[in-house]
Design a protein around this ligand. Structure first.
Ligand code: DAH
Length: 342
């Protein structure tokens, strides 16, 4: 068989194999068997040099034509097969866009966290820093260093949750953070300390064995009672509204002298007297006072050099007043119907 005939036969054979290829892999092996390094067409092209100069031009031309022809039909078949693959894939992975979507509800911060953040923002605006302390505390930081004597009723087993370990308890207020901060830093100190506190209370509409407080402490040269009052007024107006007034009533706390309880004019009736304020026009929002010299001495500050004020407020109480919530237990039941409202 002449080489020309052979090429014609290879061309036909190739055409059949290529159009029969039913996968990209099949097509590739057909290509290799004709146009690959050892393929049938390639072998003839490589042997052109062995031919006589009479034969070479015609056979060379034909061989190149065949190669070109095969390349073309391989590319065409390749496109067809690729389209088939894509079509199959699209059919298999079909998405029914008419199906209703799954709604994933967006979470939000708990009301207590929101109030803590609001209070924190107010004091950060006044130049305070945020401090933290442990919830499992020692009697020393929770009571002794805060000038609270051993026979003080707050220390009794009736009121305080003690651990099995001697002298270790769940902090009953955030005030121990004051002591921890002062022992670690030199004045001036301007901090607030938000966090959890624990007391041996049976849950009822106004009591919970765990609740939240925000403690505040400012110690510097020449801090006066006027600074305390001005600071608390600024705080009350930002949290409860610009019309609020603040009233201080004498009180007693072991760690402050003098001590006060602080009321804000009733947010419901603006001081006229209503059901929320029990007719008195005022709502108690926090305890405060000038830091007792005994506390300053205990942390190594000189009461002749520096003075300070401190305050502590119940976060739940502020949330209840602000939003008219009448049962503290609602904050901990995790009922979304309640929590979603805020
Ligand atoms: N620790 C007090 C309590 O839990 C609140 C308090 C009162 C904190 C006066 C203070 C303060 O820092 O000066 O009832």
């Amino acid at each position: 068989m002449s080489v020309l005939n052979e090429l014609e036969k290879i061309k036909e054979e190739g055409q059949n194999e290529i159009s029969d290829a039913s996968s990209l892999e099949g097509l590739e092996s057909a290509r290799v068997s004709f146009l690959g390094k050892k393929g049938k067409v390639t072998t003839i092209l490589k042997s052109l040099g062995d031919l006589s100069s009479e034969e070479r031009p015609a056979i060379g031309k034909k061989a190149n034509e065949v190669r070109q022809f095969m390349e073309n039909i391989i590319n065409k078949r390749k496109k067809e097969l690729e389209n088939e693959v894509l079509k199959r894939k699209l059919e298999e992975e079909v998405i029914d866009i008419t199906l209703p979507g799954k709604r994933s509800p967006a979470g939000k911060r708990h009301l207590i966290t929101q109030i803590i953040d609001e209070i924190t923002d107010v004091f950060i605006g006044l130049g305070y820093k945020v401090a933290e302390g442990p919830e499992v505390e020692t009697e020393y930081y929770n009571f002794d260093a805060l000038n609270t004597p051993v026979d003080h009723p707050a220390r009794s087993l009736m009121d305080t949750l003690y651990t099995q370990k001697d002298g270790v308890l769940l902090r009953t207020h955030t005030s121990p953070v004051q002591v921890r901060v002062m022992k670690e830093t030199l004045p001036p100190v301007y901090i607030i300390a938000p966090g959890k506190a624990y007391r041996k209370d049976v849950p009822d509409p106004s009591h919970s064995p765990m609740f939240h407080q925000v403690e505040g402490l400012a110690v510097d040269k020449n801090i006066t009672f006027g600074d305390l009052k001005g600071t608390l007024e600024a705080f009350a107006k930002q949290i409860f509204g610009a019309d609020r007034e603040v009233r201080l009533r004498p009180h007693f706390f072991p760690f402050t002298e003098p001590s006060v309880e602080v009321d804000v004019s009733c947010i419901m009736c603006n001081g006229k007297g209503c059901r929320v304020c029990g007719g008195v026009g005022w709502l108690e929002i926090l305890g405060a006072g000038m830091v007792d010299p005994n506390v300053l001495n205990e942390v190594g500050y000189d009461p002749e050099e520096v003075s300070g004020f401190a305050f502590g407020m119940g976060v739940e109480r502020i949330a209840m007043l602000k939003y008219g919530v009448n049962d503290i237990r609602l904050f901990y039941e995790n009922d979304l119907r309640f929590l979603e409202q805020f």
